[in-house]
Design a protein around this ligand. Sequence first.
Ligand code: ZN
Length: 286
Amino acid sequence: MHTARKPSFTPLLLLLLASLCSAGRTATAAPDLEVEQSSSMQGEFFVATVSGTPTAPSLWFDGTSYAMFPQDNGSYRTLVPVEALLKPGTYAILARHGEWQEKIPVRVIEDPHPVQEVWLDRKTSGLRATREEKMLVKEALQTISSEKLWNGRFSRPARGRISSPFGVKRSYNGAPISSYHKGIDIAAPLDTPIYSPADGKVILTGYAEDLFHIHGNSVILDHGHGLVSVYLHLNSISVKPDDIVARGDLIGYMGSTGISTGSHLHWGTYLYGTSVNPLLFEERAY
Ligand SMILES: [Zn+2]
């Protein structure tokens, strides 16, 4: 018991005091929310960063909360998706941690893509995704994993011509706009190879002959931090669930399985289950 009063323990005590003081300093530094863009188009995203909080803050946009992930410099970051059919106008991004909160106004701008009228015959308009297909895809798209697997820019997963851009709003058989194109279509000959555009993990493979009547042969990759990418209508698949893929690894070959009118790849990227334009990940490293 007496040993506790020995002078040799003083340096330890000082160290402890010093660490308490420095902890006190970081805790009193005011947290700060930063949003890179003051406006974003439908189908794009905001980059929100919070610094100065000891643990992850909560982040809100349009009534939805988003997980924030720690960065190397101690701040927390999220890519906040803007749904392609979200009404243009003024919104806010709100961050909260304990007593602190900060709100930054942001604008959502309309995507100028024209509306595409799609006329389906009775047979095609009657085709529906199986319940299992819908459920499996939805679940995979909402994957949020805490490890960031991708680094740098995405590369284009296949050679070919972009036959349909992202975000084209669609009206079926004259009805009001009910959906939009949740990816880009790359058209090329049957069996054109498809490569992973970034490092990731295979979280789903689906087969047309089994359950995937609409999407056809499908691959879904998780890139971490809420970013997921999809590859549809493949002729054949070269990977299996839980495979780790690097940028440039073969994942399958182009085809026309599921609802498709010719050989093409439908490539989509999702943030927290919301479809965003995949070309954004080619333009810049996030
Ligand atoms: Zn498509």
